[in-house]
Design a binder for this molecule. Sequence first.
Ligand code: F6P
Length: 533
Amino acid sequence: MDRRLSELDTAWSRLDTAGAAAKDRRIEALFDAEPDRLARLGVSAAGLDLDLSKQPWSLADLDAALDLARAADVEGRRAALFAGEIVNASEGRPALHMALRAPRGADFRAAGQPVSGEVDATRARMKAFAEQVRSGPTRAIVHIGIGGSDLGPRLIWEALKPLDPRIELRFAANVDPNELAQALTGLDPATTLVVVVSKTFTTLETLTNAEAARGWLRAALGDAADGHLVAVSAAPDKARAFGVPADQVFAFWDWVGGRYSLWSAVGLSCAVALGYEVFERLLAGAAAMDAHFAKAPLEANAPVLLALAHVFNRNGLDRPVRAVVPYAQRLRLFPAFLQQLETESNGKRVTADSRPAPHATAAAVFGDAGTNGQHAFFQLLHQGTEVIPVDILAVRQPTDGDPEGQKKLLANAIAQAEALMAGRSESDVRAELQAKGLKPAEIDALAPQRTFPGDRPTAFLLIERLTPEALGALIALYEHKVFVEGVLWGINSFDQWGVELGKTLAARVLGELEGGPAGRHDPSTAALIAKLR
Ligand code: F6P
């Protein structure tokens, strides 16, 4: 075994040992034992404040986790990422989303080829297009795309849209015809743009919806319909072949992964509906996080520390699920966005060099906005049999609305993080019930129900205000966190072969549902097809 691999194995063993020891102590106890805990486990980056002190690791465990990051060569892999090396080996591509948001005049190279000039030219085209549309009759945009061609733009729009937008932005992702029907209802084709976004321009859902939307435009506008169609793709020839006028096709590149693409022309609908300068501010926030990630030492690097905290829970403590709760209604789609970013990137069972992954990889991610989630799944978080670590996001100043409501929202975010860690001991509960005059038998019956074990970790992320810059920084923080996790696990975070089989089988089943010859299936599947044929 070469030296690096043996160092890596040793570092993983130390992390496992640290995780096992963490099971026998409480997070709260670490605050007394470690006076500089808050300082070492708090980090500020690109205007975001991250507190990882309510995590189960001790400062010695943090050191072990940092050693793991060094042994896995996070710094070297980070340099390779930014240098545009082929970090996505199974598809033979770099992953250079940072080039899309770099300040103008940067010099990023994808596998040695300069790309920043083309990026700047596309940004200039997007700006001109946004200004032209915003000064014209358009009142609505229907954005058609799925997965990475949908979740990012949807999140941006929800997070940043004005209360009374001059141009309304609607989305249709699902091949379920209900979604497009809802998106088109009430819109006037004469004042609507349909923006079709697909990296490959082969995706069944998107092409089905694009054809239906074009039919809707043509029924009202005849030959003028195509002037209302815009496309964004890394296969611009396919978009033109579909019938989108060439000057309304915006390109991006194969080195932009779908779930990392919102920074490219994939964000065009948002750039138009929000105004181009808002889009540029989003990019600037992400670029600030890129600069931090690229330069900050590992022990003060927000994406690295967040990744290590998550890995400590995932691997050291064997916790396969994590919750994400943004205490901000405008960020309610963030858990869904992260679900794709984290699980499509890191839901892998083999390493980048095709060996079985030696460590458990991506945790399942779920969540919803706080406080809504408190009235839904927080019971599970507080008293379920599994410990589910939580990322809590809070925004200090509201974008709109009553500041009193905002204070209540923040109070809940803070109180939940405290309650998850502190819990409520059975002896406290018993004392309270006794003080209320309950009989001993009643206390025996009730006390276990009202006890909270606590010791449930949270990562607390505080955002001053949900500006475009802060949103950009937030998304980039998690993108880089996912990258660091991928490096630790030795997997390729930038491919997604696991979605292919379902696509192939769906095409086969569709042929059968449409009356084609029956294929070979298990009895359950065959019965379903027969029923629906
Ligand atoms: O779900 C698989 C996937 O390839 C995602 O990674 C991607 O974002 C989505 O499909 C949509 O693909 P496209 O942009 O090519 O239509």
